[in-house]
Design a protein around this ligand. Sequence first.
Ligand code: ZN
Length: 145
Amino acid sequence: MSDDLHDLYQDIILDHNKRPRHYGALADYTHTAEGYNPICGDKITVYLVVRDGRIEAVQFEAACCAICKSSASIMTEALLGKSLQEAAAMQQRVTELLSTDIEVDLSVDGEVAALAGVRKFPARIKCATLPWHTYQTALKWECET
Ligand code: ZN
């Protein structure tokens, strides 16, 4: 990864931390879950509206570090409008980006690629994966209607 590219990834992370997208509780959600990372103290709640197998809305609230908040913000942008299959593939890709040395490509992975920068800091990987795991947990939750 060139230094320029690395700076670009860092810019994306910082920008999402400063201006998190889709932040706040979502009324009328169909799925929700809370996630907690005891290593860092990150707490996050993910809200989803899933209809006909598609993610129509996704928002989050968090009391967490910059990496966790950025990852959650990037996740909401990445998942919005996706089918559950596409979202599962995206989640798989993020796990790969964070846990292996595979090449990343902004043109293929979009802003999710920026998360690969976190793998240089192994202690923070759980901060980056927490929102994605919480999303997965939320899918298993069904509200009583
Ligand atoms: Zn953290």
